[in-house]
Design a protein around this ligand. Structure first.
Ligand SMILES: Nc1ncnc2c1ncn2[C@@H]1O[C@H](COP(=O)(O)OP(=O)(O)OP(=O)(O)O)[C@@H](O)[C@H]1O
Length: 612
């Protein structure tokens, strides 16, 4: 798998016409984009110039961030592009790394060489901060525990929890930070709700012991922020936690003051600054407990901002599935946290493995995708099942038509009747997932196919942009409207005969004049990346060709685990094998930093020539 682009001529915006030498060659060959070159040459100029090998490493570090890594591992560059060696060939990796470490770019602070990786300074600092904040949180005095109250609370609210879930609840009381991991349906939300009840009980017991609680009077309530990277995930978390809390005794519920919001809103987004927030180290969040769901989607930058904003003595609960695709932005924080604490007796990580929701056959397939070989995945796909279907075909349209059209018609019917909630519910009946946006296996083409089928079924031309029943997907965060990337909705006919765009997000269902939403797409089909954090009753996964650069085990796993009752995989055996055999690896150093910190060393990366 390479990650090259194919220039479509000199006018391609990814080509830097003024570039010369090795950078120009690698640009024309599709390894580096014009933006990588521009940033690299500008940074090098600011640092007073540098030699070619260091400049090349700098451009590759810029490129790496664009591809989701936080740094570049020079040892992997030759295998990434074996045919593209510049001039005398790729430099020998160790010598190259040592040369970068000695270069003026490192001396001037533009680059850092740490943990065997070459970082742009900003990303090394972010990673260092995340590690330092986590380590500081874990090294401070542990929270006080009222053991008798804990045992009583666990007996009262923990009855239903399995052993792992109970351990998570107990650890969350004893530690400031807990990382709760597990696939869909493993009871993460159930456990979060009960953790909150136990924490509230602890706070009440301690208040009472300190004389703060008046017997018989309601005491201080534990303030809890439930958050997630997307509004939809935050709303879902709140809904699920509310439902779970409703099953608990009133005394446990009443001790909690819970609010839910996106991570950006929690941190206080600023119109004047996209990477800084109102809450930071000097203006911490006031909450006693901060819960972040879907934390596999949180990129390094946002995690750094979160960690500096949470009070040292507030509980932090990071929840997510580290096997899923990582964040769109650079980093793989959740999986690094899990790996970085492997074998650590004081680990904050608790993994839930019992899946209570999916059907048996979907579980078997998901498990094969987590740990199995390609043969095992194919066996799981080919075992006759009511829940898992595998279709190898050259003609996906014939397979996809029935479900996608039925789903589009259901949304349309509800939308025509002005039933926004019904239209949004119908969206979750069936979802078509594609790896790509473009190309024959991409979302754009399949959106068009379904619109054509829908038009034929209705005997209408659906050419107008805001047709009734158009399923919608929000593609960027609009903090002013509180509409967030990944949220879904539909165009619905109002009683006045005008259409409105209804979006289901952090504040429930909201309607907008269509023109106010400028970043929405049609969602008869959806990319697997965008599907993270959502589920549908039935899911069809359309795999691309085996040569697709996006195919990976994580992508396939994420797609399959979106299905609650039925999953159909459409694609060739070669595509299945290519997916299972490819790991979506990112170059990051957080795991090593956490391990080094645990071993008592510094996390500044002295192992391979430090730039700090
Ligand atoms: N220990 C348990 N015993 C029986 N059922 C459980 C247990 N834990 C959770 N469940 C049930 O399993 C289902 C899934 O739980 P939950 O929604 O908490 O999982 P989740 O990990 O948050 O899933 P997702 O990430 O998909 O939202 C729910 O119906 C829940 O009531």
């Amino acid at each position: 798998m390479t990650e090259l682009f194919e220039p479509v001529g000199d006018h391609d915006h990814r080509i830097a016409l003024a570039a010369t030498g090795a950078l120009a060659d690698l640009n024309r060959a599709g390894l580096l984009e014009a933006g990588d070159l521009h940033v690299a040459t500008r940074v090098a100029d600011l640092a007073g110039g540098t030699d070619d090998d260091a400049l090349l490493a700098l451009a590759l570090a810029v490129r790496a961030v664009r591809h989701g890594s936080v740094a570049v591992d020079l040892a992997t560059v030759p295998e990434l592009a074996p045919d593209l060696a510049p001039g005398a060939g790729w430099p020998e990796p160790d010598a190259w790394l040592a040369a970068v470490a000695r270069s003026s770019l490192v001396e001037q602070g533009a680059l850092r060489v740490e943990h065997g990786l070459v970082y742009l300074d900003r990303y090394a600092r972010l990673e260092h901060q995340v590690c330092a904040d986590l380590v500081t949180r874990s090294r401070q005095e542990p929270p006080p525990v009222d053991e008798a109250a804990l045992a009583a609370a666990l007996a009262r609210v923990g009855g239903r929890l399995n052993g792992q879930q109970r351990e998570a609840a107990e650890r969350s009381v004893r530690q400031w930070t807990t990382v709760l991991t597990g696939g869909p349906g493993t009871g993460k939300t159930t456990t979060v709700a009960r953790i909150l009840a136990v924490l509230a009980d602890q706070a009440a017991a301690q208040d009472a012991a300190a004389g703060g609680g008046r017997p018989g009077a309601p005491g201080r309530r534990l303030s809890v922020a439930l958050s997630a990277p997307t509004g939809k995930a935050a709303a879902r978390l709140q809904e699920a936690v509310d439902a779970e809390l409703a099953t608990l005794p009133a005394e446990d519920r009443d001790r909690l003051a819970v609010e839910s919001m996106t991570l950006h809103r929690l941190l206080g987004w600023r119109a004047d600054n996209a990477t800084r927030f109102r809450h930071d180290r000097t203006n911490r969040l006031t909450h006693d407990v901060v819960v972040v769901d879907e934390s596999s989607m949180v990129e390094l930058t946002l995690m750094a901002r979160l960690l500096e904003a949470v009070r040292p003595q507030a509980r932090l609960l990071l929840v997510g599935d580290p096997r899923q695709l990582t964040s769109v932005g650079a980093g793989a924080v959740l999986s690094d946290l899990v790996a970085g604490h492997e074998g650590d007796p004081a680990t904050p990580v608790v993994s839930l493995t019992e899946n209570y929701r999916s059907t048996e056959d979907i579980k078997t397939l998901a498990e094969a995708l987590r740990t199995g070989t390609a043969d095992e995945v194919l066996a799981a796909l080919r075992t006759p099942s009511e829940e898992v279907e595998y279709v190898e075909t050259d003609d996906p349209a014939s397979v996809l038509r029935a479900d996608t059209l039925a789903s589009a018609l259901a949304v349309r019917r509800a939308a025509e009747q002005g039933d926004a909630a019904g239209a949004v519910r119908a969206l979750d009946e069936h979802r078509l997932l594609c790896a790509h946006r473009e190309g024959p296996y991409g979302v754009r083409v399949w959106n068009r196919h379904v619109e054509q089928w829908l038009g034929e079924a209705l005997g209408q031309d659906l050419r107008q942009e805001w047709y009734v029943g158009r399923p919608l997907l929000v593609t960027t965060n609009d903090h002013a409207l509180e509409v967030y990337n990944g949220e879904t909705g539909a165009v619905v006919l109002g009683a006045d005969g005008r259409v409105r765009a209804w979006i289901s997000g952090s504040r429930g269902l909201q309607d907008f004049a269509p023109g106010r939403l400028d970043a929405v797409e049609t969602m008869h089909a959806m990319t697997i990346h965008k599907s993270q954090g959502s589920q549908a009753r039935r899911v069809t996964v359309l795999l691309p060709e085996e040569a697709s650069r996006l195919l990976s085990r994580e992508l396939f796993y994420t797609a399959v685990t979106r299905a609650q009752e039925h999953v159909r995989v459409v694609g060739s055996e070669a595509a299945v094998r290519a997916a299972v055999e490819t790991r979506a690896q990112r170059a990051t150093g957080l795991r090593q930093r956490l391990q080094a910190a645990r071993a008592g060393g510094s996390d500044s990366g002295s192992g391979n020539g430090s730039g700090t």
